[in-house]
Design a protein around this ligand. Structure first.
Ligand code: K7E
Ligand code: CUA
Length: 656
């Protein structure tokens, strides 16, 4: 038995099987038999707009990238969990608090699963949420500015992977722990994992008007690994489903020791019941320490608050709220179809895809059709909840999406393909190769009651020979398929930034009309903002020098500054006075241990410069903003420490 598992583990962990093991009906050519008009279908003429936005996670880049579909054109990389010198995120004083955690300032994370906010089960296009795996966090991106405006750290959690999926009215965004950890965290032998570690499933409430996040409660589950999740919808709204692996609770050599059980579980959580329980005073207010970081659009500044308490719920104290559904072979993906009836579990080591039925699950609960329990949580009989399974679909199923027409599409990592099958009859309808080793796939609106259909995007781990080589490190990629016909059609390969895991897509017209063009100067409440050049000034306060600076085509005010000394901390507080669309200015200072600032019209940003050398040092605009952009520059005179040179500066050519 162990050798067989080892063999599977080896296949899983090593390279790609280039041609599909299953019958493909495809000639294994490099383009998957592109038909003549594929180019036409992805061609978006110069000046024309794409039909969909695709938000594709950056994986180990920690960011979220925005593409257009069907063109695959990259529009923006939104910095979320990692510093980004291009946008000064994590470098300027305003956004540094966004990356604060209980471990201090953390400049990076691993982001996997974006999900778009919903109203009544349909995408409303207000926010995108995304998880940071490594130092557990959930971020919210505002789709009027395409900027990260809130990050909340998740306590009692580790490898925040079964995250960040939203319920159908965005009541909650959910964060589930991949790694179980001691609860409360403490110094203890790792060998005592079993029975002592816990897996927190965290429900973060999202306030309807502004989307403000707050941890509502954490359910302390047995010490399994909680891998992925999706919300119920329609009839199953009010429930949330999480795949688990390592129900063996092994703590070493998991590739063997966590593959012993024939079935792991999908945990079904009746969150409405837990919500009610907490509302009535249930749960324990437990001490905790986690950061809640909020970016304020009026002050253009983020603040970080450390929170000290979280409501913790023991699932055995809320009978009827939590059940386990046995699911074969270390399931990874956990996907719910648009009707809410089918819950699909993809066993990484299984040859078939398992579909549970929500209505059968409810019946099994009513009839107490149990097959034992785990840590006091009832295990439902496998046969009682099983709706059906897709047999011999491929090797290594990972994730499933839906087109809203009764079809499901599942990725197979090992056999590198997307397989289309029918909900209810479980028959395979079509299969197309991916290049290569596909992870997630995405149909715009796939995690909602109303998918848009039309396209599926497959996101691949490996590209090998698909693009021009760029040394040992080659690009990751996405592939676009037309799914309007009975058979899928490969249309396009496009490179991605970082490793794409999941993505979220939405019709462009829902989002584009709300996109901000400028920030209004009169609404700028930044502590160091100025509203015209006359307010520009330089103020010394001990060894701190604060420069209140403005920028407009094509000069800075002030531009010449004297009286700065070695050892000073010089704060450049810079306001862009422009009120036109698409006229940012930048600023950078020689020897500054930070990035440039790229400042949008009406916005104020700050960087700190600590001059180390005496001399006269220039600064300049980094964004080619006008014909006289090269003239947009200035000087700072730096004198020795203790020098008697007074603070002076020039405004409009006059020295003050
Ligand atoms: Cu399958 Cu992190 Cu969603 Cu990647 S995970 S593939
Ligand atoms: Cu301002 Cu270039």
């Amino acid at each position: 038995m162990k050798t067989i598992i080892r063999f599977f583990a080896l296949i899983l962990s090593t390279s790609v099987i280039f041609t599909s093991c299953a019958p493909t009906g495809n000639e294994g050519s490099k383009n998957g038999a592109l038909t003549g008009n594929a180019a036409e279908k992805v061609y978006v003429a110069p000046g024309e707009h794409d039909e969909f936005y695709a938000f594709i996670s950056g994986g180990f880049s920690g960011q979220l990238a925005v593409y257009g579909l069907p063109s695959g054109r990259l529009f923006k990389v939104i910095p979320v969990f990692s510093v980004d010198a291009e946008k000064a995120y994590g470098f300027n004083e305003e956004t540094k608090p966004m990356l604060n955690t209980s471990h201090g300032f953390i400049p990076w994370d691993d982001s996997h699963h974006p999900d778009i906010s919903q109203t009544a089960g349909e995408l409303d296009g207000r926010f995108v949420f995304i998880n940071g795996n490594n130092t557990p966090r959930i971020a919210k991106i505002d789709l009027t500015t395409f900027e990260t405006t809130e990050i909340i750290e998740i306590p009692n959690s580790a490898g925040n992977h079964s995250s960040s999926f939203v319920t159908e009215n965005t009541e909650y965004v959910v964060a589930g722990t991949r790694f179980s950890v001691p609860y409360p965290q403490r110094d203890m032998p790792i060998s005592e994992y079993k029975g002592n570690f816990k897996g927190a499933l965290t429900f973060i409430s999202v306030e309807p008007e502004h989307g403000h996040m707050d941890i509502a409660f954490q359910i302390m589950m047995p010490g399994f690994n909680y891998d992925l999740s999706h919300p119920g919808r329609g009839s199953s709204h009010g429930w949330f489903f999480f795949t688990t692996y390592n129900t063996e609770e092994a703590n070493s050599l998991l590739e063997v020791n966590a593959s012993q059980n024939d079935k792991d579980f999908i945990a079904a959580i009746n969150w409405k019941m837990v919500e009610e329980y907490v509302k009535n005073g249930g749960g324990t207010k437990a001490p905790a320490n986690y950061a809640h970081n909020v970016y304020n659009e009026d002050t253009h500044t983020a603040t970080s608050t450390m929170k000290k308490e979280v409501v913790v719920v023991d699932p055995t104290e809320v009978p009827g709220a939590v059940y386990f559904m046995p699911t074969p072979k270390s399931p990874h993906g956990c996907d719910v179809d648009p009707s809410g009836e089918y819950i699909i579990g993809s066993g990484k080591l299984a040859a078939e895809i398992t579909a549970h039925s929500f209505s059968k699950m409810i019946k099994a609960i009513e009839e107490k059709n149990f097959d034992g329990e785990a840590y006091g949580i009832p295990i439902l009989s496998y046969e009682a909840t099983l709706a059906g399974s897709v047999k011999q679909a491929g090797l290594g199923p990972l994730h499933t999406e839906f087109d809203g027409q009764g079809n499901a599409y599942t990725t197979f990592f090992i056999s590198s393909e997307v397989v289309k099958w029918k909900l209810g009859t479980w028959e395979v309808v079509d299969r197309k190769p991916t290049y290569y080793s596909v992870g997630h796939l995405m149909i715009p609106g796939g995690n909602s009651r109303k998918p848009f259909g039309k396209y599926v995007v497959a996101m691949n781990k490996i590209t090998k020979d698909r693009y021009l080589p760029t040394g040992p490190e080659v690009t990751q990629s996405a592939q676009l398929y037309d799914i309007t016909g009975e058979k899928m059609e490969l249309l396009l390969d496009f490179p991605t930034v970082g490793e794409p895991h999941y993505a979220a897509g939405i019709a462009a017209d829902i989002v584009a009309k709300n996109s901000r063009k400028i920030f209004k100067l009169e609404e700028n409440k930044h502590e160091y903002a100025i509203s015209n050049e006359g307010e520009a000034k330089v103020v010394r306060n001990g060894n701190e020098v604060h420069i209140y600076m403005s920028m407009i085509r094509s000069h800075f005010a002030p531009d010449n500054i004297e009286g700065v000394q070695v050892g000073d901390k010089v704060y450049f507080h810079v306001t862009n006075l422009e009120q036109d669309y698409d006229v940012p200015h930048g600023i950078s200072m020689i020897g500054a241990n930070t990035s440039e600032l790229l400042i949008m019209p009406g916005q104020t940003e700050t960087f700190v410069w600590e001059p180390k050398q005496v001399g006269v040092w220039p600064f300049y605009c980094t964004d080619f903003c006008s014909a006289l952009h090269q003239e947009m520059q200035g000087y700072v005179r730096v004198s020795p420490k203790g020098s008697s040179v007074p603070i002076t500066y020039t405004l409009d050519g006059d020295e003050l």
